[in-house]
Write a protein that binds this ligand. Structure first.
Ligand code: IMP
Length: 179
């Protein structure tokens, strides 16, 4: 159990299980993008840990880029998207995989997909560690999903609660009575 500000969180997915799943996803990506020299775009801040563990297991030629969007305040999604750090390299004609920590309402990802499509990539897919299917308000294709999780607030492994908890190596879920 960990306490962050006013909330208590229980361990939900230990790091060892996360890394097993990350290895499976990277194996799949290594096969499917073997000859495509993909561009992985890590969506900061939340995906930094997932992206690092994933990329360490990617053995094919690839590029890694970062962009930052903000659509969340506290435990409620605002549905707003703010591009703070743009793309550093051209993705025109490239095979792009967006690396995200979590898809909740999917408002962020659907807007990100619209924006990135305007750059005319050869292909565009999503690799998200976590997906809250029940909370999704947009019908978007998520090709690579680590774990489908219930609609409850999680923290750790890169994800934060009011800026805290990103450094926790395991994933935690908020205690029922706190949600
Ligand atoms: P969406 O637009 O509702 O899909 O929200 C996506 C973003 O909200 C993610 O990239 C996270 O930064 C944040 N988010 C959504 N759910 C959680 C959660 O349970 N814990 C921490 N951050 C979350």
């Amino acid at each position: 159990m960990v306490q962050i500000k006013d909330k208590q969180f229980d361990i939900y997915i230990p790091e060892s299980r996360i890394l097993e799943r990350v290895s499976e996803l990277s194996n799949q990506l290594n096969q499917e993008y073997a000859t495509k020299e993909p561009v992985f775009i890590s969506v900061l801040n939340g995906s930094f840990m997932f992206a690092a563990d994933l990329m360490k297991r990617i053995s094919i030629a690839c590029h890694i880029s970062f962009m930052r969007v903000s659509s969340y305040e506290s435990t409620q999604s605002t549905g707003k998207i703010t591009e703070i750090i743009g793309l550093q390299e051209s993705i025109k004609g490239r095979h792009v995989v967006i690396v995200e920590d979590i898809v909740d309402t999917a408002l962020t990802m659907s807007q990100l997909l619209v924006q990135l499509k305007q750059h005319e990539p050869a292909s565009l897919e999503v690799a998200t560690l976590l997906c809250k299917r029940e909370a999704m308000q947009k019908d978007i294709k998520l090709k690579y999903v680590g774990f489908d999780i219930p609609n409850a607030f999680v923290v750790g492994y890169g994800l934060d609660y009011d800026g805290l908890g990103r450094n926790l190596p395991d994933l935690y879920v908020v205690k029922e009575e706190d949600f």
